[in-house]
Design a protein around this ligand. Structure first.
Ligand SMILES: C[S@@+](CC[C@H](N)C(=O)[O-])C[C@H]1O[C@@H](n2cnc3c(N)ncnc32)[C@H](O)[C@@H]1O
Length: 226
């Protein structure tokens, strides 16, 4: 996963992505009051594009909250014509906010993923749950070794600043990746490495730049397990 691959995916799926962005913008109008969407636009779009590209049979999402990231993933599975999403969360709000036509391809697991986890042999793993070092230690020690080689993984809330916050989930994750020589990609604006600006330019060229949400950090990190 690198910037060139992301650019290629944007170009390849631009028309489908435009339709998905319209649908998500419409869905967001139903997220009112305490119902919040958390994933920023570019990181949500890259998630959609990566799921399109990987064509997973089984996706695991850890941390669904009200279902915003789940709906981006489910729209990719729908457009692929195949695949099922398993979401884990302590709260079941997403059960009420994921539209019925998308929920058909989803199973919700209510509770702490550390207790509820069962081996689903996922082909794609999305993590946006507790942002503590302790939680990151759990998944790098228990979850990652159980995943097959080549599994695409993404983890949210790593780059809200140029570097991960010391002793945070992001710090534990990035050290784990560095020690194993695993390359990662982020479009995070605070990273200041040019990726965010390049993708903003590309999205403008493709007519995909109108914001859906107003936050622009995009702190998610994407990598592939060796
Ligand atoms: C930042 S929110 C997820 C936002 C969501 N991905 C979105 O795009 O809107 C984090 C979620 O992780 C859940 N969570 C935290 N620790 C968890 C755990 N140990 N097991 C399962 N879910 C957990 C929380 O209940 C919360 O709903």
């Amino acid at each position: 996963m690198d910037l060139a691959t992301v650019v290629e995916l944007y170009r390849k799926y631009a028309n489908d992505l435009a339709a998905v962005r319209d649908a998500q913008r419409q869905l967001l109008t139903t997220f009112t009051g305490k119902v919040k969407a958390q994933l920023d636009d570019i990181e949500a779009e890259i998630t959609y594009l990566r799921v399109r590209d990987a064509r997973p049979r089984t996706v695991v999402e850890i941390g669904a909250l009200h279902g915003w990231s789940a709906t981006w993933i489910l729209r990719a599975l729908k457009d692929n014509g195949a695949g099922h999403l398993h979401s884990y969360d302590l709260i079941d709000s997403s059960e009420r906010h994921v539209p019925d036509d998308l929920a058909r391809n989803r199973t919700f697991h209510h509770g702490d993923v550390r207790e509820k986890w069962r081996d689903l042999d996922p082909d794609y793993v999305f993590i946006d749950a507790a942002h503590s070092a302790r939680f990151a230690h759990w998944y790098v020690k228990n979850l990652f070794p159980a995943l097959k080689s080549g599994t695409p993984v993404s983890v949210h809330d790593v780059y809200h600043f140029r570097w991960p916050i010391p002793f945070s989930e992001g710090a534990v994750l990035m050290r784990h990746l560095a020690e194993r020589g695993i390359a990662s990609f982020t479009a995070a604006k605070p990273r200041r490495d040019g990726a965010y600006e390049r993708l903003m330019d590309l999205r403008r060229d493709l007519g995909l730049a109108e914001p859906i949400r107003d936050s622009t950090d995009n702190p998610m990190v994407y990598f592939t397990l060796p």
